[in-house]
Design a protein around this ligand. Structure first.
Ligand code: SF4
Length: 268
């Protein structure tokens, strides 16, 4: 997305919100004009939140640490499951631990620096728990992550802390949660009743300007309109958007995508 398009979006949404979240599944730190985008957020008095896999955190730390608008950076530590190629054997575990060390070290260095020099929050996310069904390989990798964080932040992470947010140092947290079924029209319906904060407290805008109810609709399956041709106000007050919103208020799931979304089960 160009900075001109981004600024157009800010003019549309700034009357409705104080926050922007620079992600819909893509990697925001890859954007070549990240610094200008964060400056625009500041210009429009919006607090910026970023969710990243953390692989470019060292490279972009100078931009992030000097961005007035930056409120929070979420780092998806569970993304190492995609980034690190794994074979399920003990001999490969040592190699994985080496890769994990190289992955985690710049992230914890960044978090410590930000805590000591800025007001921005860093949330380290480990959203790969499956309760008692978590496989031993994932357990083993998570144990390594815990042990790494214990050493880096001089804290003790107890097993009973597993599903709670843990303060690692000032404004640095470890958030752990269970995996959820990413919404997709190609998976079976999970339920037709329930609640979600989609459109109530958030909306998503894709790179082509399509407005969707949340940051999980990466394909634009629930297209509510296009912000480059229609005002944001008209889009969120439109028939489809209002129907979704009223449905959630009545505990009814209107959209086919939402019926297939496991994320909303977190709100039950
Ligand atoms: S139910 Fe899922 S797909 Fe639908 S708005 Fe909520 S988070 Fe988005």
């Amino acid at each position: 997305m160009s900075t001109n398009d981004f600024e157009h979006i800010l003019t549309e949404i700034s009357p409705f919100t104080d926050y922007v979240y620079l992600h819909i599944k893509g990697e925001p730190l890859l954007h070549p004009e990240l610094q200008d985008i964060l400056s625009l957020c500041s210009q429009y008095h919006l607090h910026a939140n970023i969710t990243t896999n953390g692989t470019m955190i060292q490279e972009k730390a100078a931009i992030l640490s000097t961005a007035n608008a930056l409120r929070q950076v979420n780092i998806s530590l569970h993304s190492f499951e995609q980034d690190v190629k794994m074979e399920r054997s003990d001999s490969d575990l040592n190699k994985i631990k080496e890769d994990l060390y190289s992955y985690l070290k710049p992230i914890t260095d960044y978090a410590i620096y930000m805590s000591q020099h800025t007001k921005a929050i860093t949330a380290l996310r480990l959203w790969n728990l499956e309760g008692e069904h978590t496989d031993t390989f994932t357990h083993e990798k998570n144990r390594f992550v815990h042990s790494f964080l214990e050493d880096a932040f001089h804290v003790s992470i107890k097993p009973e802390m597993i599903t709670r947010g843990i303060a690692l140092m000032e404004r640095v947290y470890l958030n752990q949660d269970h995996r959820f079924q990413w919404p997709s029209l190609s998976v079976p319906v999970l339920s037709t009743e329930g609640f979600c904060y989609g459109l109530g407290t958030q909306a998503g805008i894709l790179v082509d300007g399509t407005v969707v109810p949340c940051c999980l609709d990466q394909e634009g399956d629930v297209s509510l309109g296009n912000i480059f041709s229609t005002s944001f106000s008209s889009i969120i007050n439109g028939e489809r958007a209002q129907s979704i919103l009223h449905g959630f208020k009545d505990h009814k799931i209107i959209e086919e995508l939402c019926k297939r979304c496991g994320y909303r089960h977190r709100f039950i």
